[in-house]
Ligand binder design. Structure first.
Ligand code: FE
Ligand code: FE
Ligand code: ZN
Length: 277
């Protein structure tokens, strides 16, 4: 079975989001751990989370993906911004322990002119300071488009981050189809080679989740604009080939396309219909 869902809001709680996800044909979803501006997060309500956990197992849900706020930048040149990133990251990992065996995805960061190597070093430092031996959450680095001074637009940069982290067994990668296409990985014409390159650099066993998006911006544009499935430069056919690729087909797929619930429901149905069992 295809594991697919979309980005949803947890403002009404986890039990609610599980039912909402199922109502649109999803068996996974992604949520922001706190508002994207990164303010103080609400404590997770244990009873609500318990309800979700049993609903999810009864309904065959795949692992879910928590997304860190976009403002979190572990490799800022401002020490206060880095400190804030560390505080948010540690707090999110602590809160995630109530929903065990799921993923915490974050954008590696923007080095703001300090250079890729310096950026990678700071990201590694953050991870080594916040990750705990007993955490039950796998941390995912998201593949980026390379806009501005983003770190993580090349597979080797993600590999370098992972190699610097002490608790490597708790590290993985979330592949964003829009981002890697914009970064210059041709998943439309040469998917096999892209996945071979991923495997050579990072290792396919690190690949834990996919953000399934079309791209408004052209190949290798280094611009990050998501499009609905079939309304971008990647196209419906290539995205269908993608979900069926042997290297990714069992993973949770999360739509981050510009849609309301109705639109998500249609895209989920479209992908399910075109998934070869
Ligand atoms: Fe993201
Ligand atoms: Fe994404
Ligand atoms: Zn994006």
């Amino acid at each position: 079975m295809l594991n697919i869902g979309c980005h949803l809001s947890i403002s009404k709680g986890f039990a609610h989001i599980g039912i909402e996800a199922k109502s649109i044909g999803a068996n996974t979803f992604q949520f922001f751990t706190r508002n994207p501006q990164g303010g103080k997060a609400k404590e997770l309500d244990s009873a609500d989370v318990e309800k979700y956990n049993s609903y999810a197992s009864e309904n065959g849900f795949a692992p879910i993906v928590a997304h860190a706020p976009y403002t979190l930048n572990p490799c800022s040149d401002n020490p206060q911004t880095r400190e804030f990133a560390q505080m948010v990251f540690a707090d999110d990992l602590r809160r995630m322990s109530k929903i065990p065996h799921n993923y915490y995805n974050f954008h590696p960061g923007s080095h703001v002119g300090q250079g890729i190597e310096k950026g990678i070093e700071m990201i590694v430092d953050l991870l080594n300071s916040v990750m705990q031996q007993d955490q039950n959450t796998t941390v995912l680095l998201e593949t980026m488009s390379g806009k501005g001074s983003e770190v993580g637009a090349e597979f080797n940069q993600l590999a370098e981050i992972i190699s610097g982290v002490r608790l490597k067994e708790k590290m993985g990668v979330c592949l964003d189809t829009c981002h890697i296409f914009a970064a210059g990985y041709d998943i439309v014409h040469d998917l096999d080679s892209v996945m071979t390159e991923f495997d050579k650099n990072i290792g396919l066993s690190r690949l834990k989740a996919v953000h399934l998006n079309d791209s408004l911006m052209p190949f290798a544009s280094h611009k990050d604009r998501h499009a609905k499935i079939g309304e971008g430069e990647i196209g419906q056919e290539a995205l269908i080939r993608f979900i069926n690729h042997p290297t990714v087909r069992k993973l949770p797929f999360i739509l981050e396309t510009p849609n309301d619930l109705d639109g998500y429901e249609k895209e989920i149905a479209l992908m399910r219909k075109n998934y070869t069992a």
